[in-house]
Write a protein that binds this ligand. Structure first.
Ligand code: SF4
Length: 276
């Protein structure tokens, strides 16, 4: 188990947690500690680079529309190409390549701009929340919210793009399982960033990153009230209370059964006894 130093414990009084890192905190706390507290890194995977590229191009497309100066899907697509060929961090492409990823990114970007974006009424795109401090837990949440959408009644909700090889089933259903905690955190951050209540269901824009056109699917899914599991109540603590307890104790247990327990994804894989 990774225990933090006394200096770290002092710093943990005001721990910043990136919303995007929360799933990893509960997947393998020891790996989360190595990356988020110790600052250790592994190169980004090709899969993550592809997701980042799609976020960049679709974000450019939607942001321009929200600002009232729309650009074409082709113009916005350049952001995906740039992200793949000039990444701002090391990428371990392994069996993939920037060229292969580009073809998938451009196909999904085109589909998104033609089929999904025109159906959405976005109020904000890539809104940043620098800090949301929950003082009684000693946690400060931070992150960027993909989108805030407005539903038919005018209520606001967050929308998040999720890419992956199993993001959308052949029947067109989006895999929402496992995203609740992160989306709930984005809801809290969005309320701080735009200073308006978020009451509509959290929306997942699923993008299946298959190689063939048939396997490049896009669909919408929703999660109602994801905050229940994050915040909890008097009888049942939520994920944030569990996170606070872990941070307070300084004990970050390892989980060798994590799907990402491997040399490519964990910066302390070589020294972690738990996975041996
Ligand atoms: S090697 Fe596996 S168990 Fe150990 S910290 Fe890394 S992911 Fe967790």
């Amino acid at each position: 188990m990774n225990a933090v130093t006394s200096q770290e414990v002092a710093a943990l009084g005001t721990t910043f947690i990136r919303a995007s890192s929360l799933p990893e905190m509960f997947d393998c706390p020891s790996r989360w500690h190595a990356k988020q507290i110790l600052g250790l890194r592994t190169p980004m995977s090709g899969k993550a680079a592809l997701g980042k590229a799609i976020h960049a191009s679709t974000g450019a497309f939607d942001a321009a529309r929200v600002l009232g100066s729309p650009i074409t899907a082709d113009d916005a697509a350049g952001a995906a190409v740039d992200a793949l060929h000039r990444p701002d961090e090391d990428v371990d492409w392994e069996d993939d390549s920037p060229q292969k990823a580009e073809s998938i990114a451009l196909a999904l970007h085109g589909k998104y701009c033609a089929e999904i974006a025109p159906t959405q009424d976005y109020a904000a795109v890539e809104a940043k929340c620098e800090a949301l401090t929950i003082s009684d837990l000693g946690i400060t949440l931070t992150g960027t919210i993909d989108r805030v959408y407005r539903d038919d009644t005018g209520a606001l909700g967050i929308a998040d793009i999720k890419t992956g090889k199993t993001a959308v089933s052949a029947a067109g259903e989006v895999k929402t399982q496992g995203h609740g905690l992160q989306l709930a955190t984005y809801e809290l951050l969005a309320e701080t960033a735009i200073q308006q209540p978020i009451t509509a269901p959290a929306r997942v824009v699923g993008m299946q990153t298959g190689v063939t056109a048939k396997a490049q699917r896009i669909a919408l899914g929703e999660i109602d009230s994801p905050r229940d599991a994050l915040i909890g109540d008097q009888d049942q603590p939520g994920a944030l209370q569990h996170a606070a307890a872990m941070l307070k104790s300084g004990m970050f247990y390892p989980n060798p059964r994590s799907m990402l327990c491997g040399e490519r994804f964990c910066p302390i894989w070589h020294t972690c006894n738990a996975r041996k």
